[in-house]
Design a protein around this ligand. Structure first.
Ligand code: 5AD
Ligand code: SF4
Length: 438
C-alpha cells in the first residue's frame, strides 16, 4: 500500500484543509506514512502570511531533494496559499523541478487526480485557478484524532486589511449554508467529538453572503442546539463586525465558550487607519469592556503587529498603553512583514528590523507579565475542564482546557472527552496545574 505524509503550515484553516487532503488520499487507497518511513507522496500545505513562513517552506522543499534521491518514485506536492500568489506556481514549478504537483487554495481537492497523473506520466501537474469557487460540500476527511474538531464555516475574506495577503490567496468571503454546518456538527458529535471550533477569517461576518438574514448569532444558536455537543468555540473574530447581540449569544448559549480571540493589531488610531481595520482604539476598548461586563470570567486574546510602515515611537507607545490597560489573557505578536500585492507593501516609512525587534521584545515582556499575573489570580478557583488525554510533555498527567481555553494539567483517570471540575493549585505562563474536585 502506498503512503502519504502531509506537513501543514499556518493557520487552523490550513489544518482543516489538510484533513480533506488526507481524506482524498485515503479514499484513493493511500495510508499515512509512519514516522520513520519515507512516504510515497508528501504534501506541503503552505502559508504565505509572513515572509518567515515562506522562507521555512522553501527550506523544506529544498530538503526534500534528499527524499527524491533516496526514493526516486516519491511524489512531492506544494499546495495552498503560497502557490496561490500571482506568478508563484509557475515559478515554483520552473525553479524547483523536483516538485511534482502544485495546486492553489481553490482546488486542493484535485490532489487525488494529480497524484494519479504524476504516478502514471511523471510529468509536473501545475494547476492554480485564479477565481474562488463556492464552498464545497461532501469532500472526504480524515480528522485529527481527539476531542476537538475543526469546522470551516466560511471561506475567504473581504476586509482587505492593508498588510494582509489572505484576501488575495483565499478569495472573496463565502459562507457555507447553516444546514450543512449543523449536519456536519451532528456527524462530528455522533463520531465522538465533544467540541467544535467554527473557523473563518472573520466569523462575525458569517451569513453576509447568503442574503437570508442568517448571521453569526443564528449560527451559534444552531450549533449550540446539537444534542451531545459539550463545547463550541470560534475564531477569528473581527472587532468591527462583533455585535452586542453576538456578545449576548456567547454569554447565554450553554456550549459556547467564554473565550474570544479578537485581534486588535495596533493600539494607535493612526496605524489602525493605515491598516484599514475599520475601528478605533476607543471602539475596540469599548467592545472589550462590554465582553468583560457580560462575562466577567471570559478570556480575551489578541494578535498584534509591530513595525507597520511609518509606525513611530508615539504610535507604538499607544499599543503598549492599550496592552497594559486591557490586560489580555494572551497575545500573539508579529513583526510586520511586507507582502507583495498588498497596499501596505507600497507605503513609505519602512521600520528598521532592529526597531521592530526591540518593540516586539518589549511587548512580549510586558504581555508575559500580564499573562502570568492573570493566571496567578486563578489559583484556588474551580474550572470545568474537558479532558483531552495524557499531556504530551508529561504523560503522567492528563491535559485539558478550561472554557476560557487555558491548558490545565492534573491527575485523573477520567477518559478523554469527560468534563471534570478542577481546582487550580499552581500557575505558569502557558499551563496551569490543578486537582480534581469531586
Ligand atoms: N505581517 C505581519 N503580521 C501579519 N499578520 C497578517 N499579515 C501580516 C503581515 N503582513 C498577522 C495578523 C493576523 C495574524 C494571523 O497574522 O496579526 O491577525
Ligand atoms: Fe487578513 Fe484582515 Fe481578513 Fe484577517 S480580517 S484575514 S487580517 S484581511
Amino acid at each position: 500500500m502506498s503512503t502519504y505524509r502531509i506537513i501543514t503550515y499556518g493557520c487552523q484553516m490550513n489544518e482543516r484543509d489538510s484533513e480533506t487532503i488526507a481524506g482524498i488520499l485515503t479514499e484513493r487507497g493511500y495510508r499515512r506514512a509512519g514516522k520513520d518511513e519515507d512516504p510515497d507522496v508528501i504534501v506541503l500545505n503552505t502559508c504565505c502570511v509572513r515572509e518567515g513562513a515562506e522562507r521555512k517552506i522553501f527550506g523544506k522543499v529544498l530538503e526534500l531533494k534528499a527524499l527524491k534521491a533516496r526514493h526516486p518514485g516519491a511524489i512531492i506536492a506544494v499546495v495552498g496559499c503560497l502557490p496561490q500568489q500571482p506568478g508563484a506556481a509557475e515559478s515554483i514549478a520552473r525553479k524547483l523541478v523536483h516538485v511534482d504537483i502544485v495546486l492553489g487554495t481553490h482546488n486542493i481537492e484535485r490532489i487525488g487526480e494529480a497524484v494519479e497523473r504524476v504516478a502514471a506520466s511523471r510529468c509536473q501537474f501545475v494547476e492554480v485557478i485564479d477565481h474562488e469557487t463556492a464552498p464545497k460540500e461532501g469532500l472526504p476527511s480524515v480528522r485529527a484524532p481527539g476531542v476537538r474538531a475543526w469546522l470551516t464555516v466560511m471561506y475567504g475574506c473581504d476586509n482587505f486589511c492593508s498588510y494582509c495577503i489572505v484576501p488575495y490567496v483565499r478569495g472573496r468571503e463565502r459562507s457555507r449554508l447553516p444546514g450543512e454546518i449543523k449536519a456536519e456538527v451532528e456527524r462530528l458529535v455522533s463520531g465522538g467529538f465533544k467540541e467544535v471550533v467554527l473557523l473563518g477569517q472573520n466569523v462575525n461576518a458569517y451569513g453576509r453572503t447568503l442574503g437570508t438574514g442568517e448571521d453569526f448569532t443564528t449560527l451559534l444558536r444552531d450549533v449550540d442546539s446539537v444534542k451531545g455537543l459539550a463545547r463550541t468555540r470560534f475564531m477569528t473574530s473581527h472587532p468591527r463586525d462583533f455585535t452586542q447581540e453576538m456578545v449576548v449569544a456567547v454569554r447565554d448559549l450553554p456550549t459556547v465558550c467564554e473565550h474570544i480571540h479578537l485581534p486588535v493589531q495596533s493600539g494607535s488610531n493612526t496605524v489602525l487607519e493605515r491598516m484599514n481595520r475599520g475601528y478605533t482604539r476607543e471602539q475596540y476598548m469599548d467592545l472589550a469592556s462590554r465582553i468583560r461586563e457580560a462575562m466577567p470570567d471570559s478570556s480575551l486574546t489578541t494578535d498584534i503587529i509591530v513595525g507597520f510602515p511609518g509606525e513611530d515611537e508615539r504610535e507604538f507607545a499607544d499599543t503598549m498603553d492599550l496592552v497594559k490597560r486591557l490586560e489580555f489573557d494572551a497575545a500573539f505578536t508579529f513583526m510586520y512583514s511586507p507582502r507583495k500585492g498588498t497596499r501596505a507593501a507600497q507605503m513609505p516609512g519602512e521600520v528598521p528590523f532592529s526597531t521592530k525587534k526591540g518593540r516586539i521584545s518589549e511587548l512580549i515582556k510586558v504581555q508575559n507579565e500580564i499573562t502570568q499575573k492573570k493566571n496567578r489570580e486563578l489559583a484556588g478557583r474551580v474550572f470545568e475542564v474537558l479532558v483531552e488525554g495524557p499531556s504530551e510533555r508529561d504523560p503522567s498527567v492528563m491535559a485539558g482546557r478550561t472554557r476560557q481555553n487555558k491548558m490545565v494539567h492534573f491527575r485523573s483517570d477520567r477518559p478523554p472527552g469527560s468534563l471534570v471540575n478542577i481546582r487550580i493549585t499552581s500557575t505558569g505562563t502557558w499551563t496551569l496545574r490543578g486537582e480534581v474536585q469531586e
